[in-house]
Design a protein. Structure first.
Length: 93
């Protein structure tokens, strides 16, 4: 599972899976096990804003920290995403 970054954000890794690259750009936030069970799933818009599909076990505070981090790094994240997927940002046609 490709991680967007090697460091944890609010205690969670941000990653995507190879089988989910058919969807628009998004990030899972999960613990060290990198499992989808209990993970959050955030779709990323072209301005860096996020749409939370699943909050998982994350607290509201942790989720806000992750959303702020994504907002500041979404271009870098998209470059990583685009290596594996032809899908764009959330909400684009």
């Amino acid at each position: 599972m490709p991680k967007y970054f090697q460091n944890k954000i609010a205690g969670y890794y941000l990653y995507y899976t190879k089988h989910c690259i058919v969807e628009c750009m998004h990030a899972h936030a999960s613990d060290r096990k990198l499992t989808e069970a209990g993970s959050a799933k955030l779709f990323v818009k072209s301005n860096g804003d996020t749409e939370v599909q699943h909050q998982g076990i994350l607290t509201d505070r942790e989720l806000k920290i992750i959303q702020k981090y994504i907002k500041g790094h979404y271009i870098e994240m998209y470059e990583i995403w685009a290596r594996d997927s032809e899908e764009g940002f959330y909400g684009e046609e």
